[in-house]
Design a binder for this molecule. Structure first.
Ligand SMILES: *[C@@H]1O[C@H](CO)[C@@H](O)[C@H](O)[C@H]1NC(C)=O
Ligand SMILES: *[C@@H]1O[C@H](CO)[C@@H](O)[C@H](O)[C@H]1NC(C)=O
Ligand SMILES: *[C@@H]1O[C@H](CO)[C@@H](O)[C@H](O)[C@H]1NC(C)=O
Ligand SMILES: *[C@@H]1O[C@H](CO)[C@@H](O)[C@H](O)[C@H]1NC(C)=O
Ligand SMILES: *[C@@H]1O[C@H](CO)[C@@H](O)[C@H](O)[C@H]1NC(C)=O
Ligand SMILES: *[C@@H]1O[C@H](CO)[C@@H](O)[C@H](O)[C@H]1NC(C)=O
Length: 448
């Protein structure tokens, strides 16, 4: 079923980098606004979000505050995003302890006139960082955060130094999976491409990238272990050897055949050197288990990290409902309920929110098509006397964000009402019509 859809949607697109097409990052922090408590010499805050994964502590590379009590740095987005994971690159020279006791917190408000640490919600706390010149990734401790501002601080008397900050709503499925390559030399193991250490300078503090021999059509490949809907692939190249990503073809395949130039599902190809940090988006509903990079040249292939964003086709669908009122938000409990016709709905009790009309935005990768076809039907429930009533929400707008938005989310907007009665619940109906295509859905409720 899924394979049929893929075949029918499949378009072989050759993407020319020089046209600037399809390289939009999925890293929410990339080139966003930053600010830090103080600045030590030339170590300004925006080096943390410039996409240059250099951990060497020298001018114009990492951010650093002066030595002070509770130093902090914030990253602020132009609009609110779901944040589920972050990755931080630490400086070199065995200074890993400098990021000990690091708190990561978020808030929905863009008001940073007073940095009151208590007004932020804890995303994660890092007691011991342990790697220098390398990175570590962190997931939110509980449910996904919805934020416009992210705060990093340490509760000690120290400078705060960060070399790169990445943030995602999407999940990286390549991390620590099995990787292979056409060949490797020295310590350029293929697994270095998925070790979660994003250092883009070969062998700083012993951290290496992948490295094949000089050969015709060198390749690298990762096995995602399960059938996966691949949305996007990010590659961090070797800053000192940019030629090692010449004429790259990036593909997704269902079986583990040796990569060749014309694989059936091509996500992107380039007739030039890839930028040091680039992201390609695969055609919608690209499904496979292996992601490969092959260079159409007689050269060396070197990549420092490859992140593959997507969802396993056998994942169960996750639906998060979030009530947003101005700069406050909270998660609501959504449960799956089978109705008398055997249809499964995702139902969220909203009686406590005390509303009788509201609007919702449903966001998720690839949901646009499903909203247009009325496969997601949001419906409210309310009660008059002993009788229960249902009222379908009205679709007001649909945005396709797959190739446009950093979070890749499509957005379907609806207006919902319970006439003049208190709303008891809102349900998405009917899950079986879309659960094979969409694995994560966010329902934002806004009181009118
Ligand atoms: C980073 O900050 C410097 C100094 O404030 C500014 O000149 C530069 O344009 C900023 N770069 C980016 C990418 O925002
Ligand atoms: C972390 O903070 C705690 C409590 O504030 C302190 O006791 C501890 O020494 C700190 N750890 C490091 C490595 O600075
Ligand atoms: C692949 O999917 C199976 C079944 O859901 C699961 O048990 C297994 O852990 C998955 N493997 C990986 C590497 O994610
Ligand atoms: C691998 O997949 C390709 C395309 O899907 C197919 O042509 C080829 O026969 C497959 N090879 C094996 C060994 O299954
Ligand atoms: C990669 O980064 C280096 C060092 O910052 C820079 O000189 C080079 O132009 C970059 N290469 C590309 C293709 O952007
Ligand atoms: C939204 O927030 C405002 C101000 O905090 C409050 O007065 C109002 O009752 C809230 N509305 C809902 C529906 O929670």
């Amino acid at each position: 079923m899924i394979t049929n859809i893929v075949t029918s949607l499949f378009i072989l697109t050759l993407i020319d980098w020089s046209s600037g097409f399809n390289l939009k990052t999925v890293n929410i922090a990339f080139e966003q606004f930053t600010k830090q408590s103080t600045t030590f010499e030339q170590h300004i805050s925006n080096f943390t979000v410039n996409g240059i994964f250099d951990p060497r502590f020298k001018p114009n590379v990492c951010s650093q505050t002066t030595t002070e009590q509770n130093p902090w740095l914030i990253v602020q987005f132009e609009k609110a995003y779901i944040i589920q994971a972050m990755r931080l690159l630490n400086r070199n020279n065995n200074h890993h302890e400098k990021l000990n006791n690091l708190s990561i917190k978020t808030k929905l408000s863009r008001d940073i006139s007073i940095t009151n640490f208590e007004s932020f919600q804890l995303f994660n706390f890092i007691e011991k960082f342990l790697v220098s010149s390398g990175s570590k990734s962190f997931k939110c401790k509980t449910k996904p955060h919805y934020a416009t501002t992210v705060l990093f601080y340490i509760n000690t008397l120290n400078p705060l130094t960060l070399c790169q900050i990445e943030m995602w709503n999407l999940k990286n499925l390549a991390k620590h999976k099995v990787a292979t390559s056409s060949s490797f030399i020295g310590n350029g193991y293929p697994r270095n491409g998925v070790d979660d250490l994003v250092c883009a300078i070969f062998n700083v503090d012993g951290i290496a990238c992948t490295h094949t021999s000089l050969e015709n059509l060198p390749w690298w490949k990762v096995d995602l272990a399960n059938e996966t809907i691949v949305y996007a692939i990010s590659m961090i190249g070797d800053l000192e050897r940019p030629g090692r990503s010449m004429n790259a073809y990036i593909s997704v395949t269902e079986n583990s055949t040796i990569p060749v130039l014309n694989m059936p599902i091509l996500c992107a190809s380039f007739n030039d050197i890839l930028p040091n940090y680039s992201t390609v988006r695969c055609p919608k509903l690209t499904i496979g288990r292996y992601v490969s990079i092959i260079l159409n040249a007689n050269t060396v292939l070197t990549v420092c990290e490859v992140d593959v964003f997507g969802a396993n086709t056998n994942d169960i669908i996750m639906i998060y409902s979030i009530f947003v009122n101005g700069t406050d938000y909270h998660h609501l409990n959504t449960r799956f309920v089978k109705d008398c016709n055997g249809h499964i709905k995702a139902t969220t009790n909203i009686l406590k929110e005390n509303i009788n009309h509201f609007r919702i935005e449903i966001k998720g990768v690839g949901i646009e098509n499903i909203c247009q076809k009325y496969n997601i039907m949001p419906v409210t429930t309310f009660q008059i006397g002993d009788r229960k009533y249902d009222e379908f929400c009205k679709l007001t707008n649909v945005n396709n964000g797959y190739f446009i938005e950093r979070d890749m989310y499509d957005k379907c907007s609806y207006s919902c009402t319970c006439k003049s009665h208190l709303c008891h619940s809102i349900s998405l109906y009917d899950i079986s019509k879309f659960e094979s295509l969409v694995k994560e859905i966010f329902v934002f409720l806004y009181p009118n």
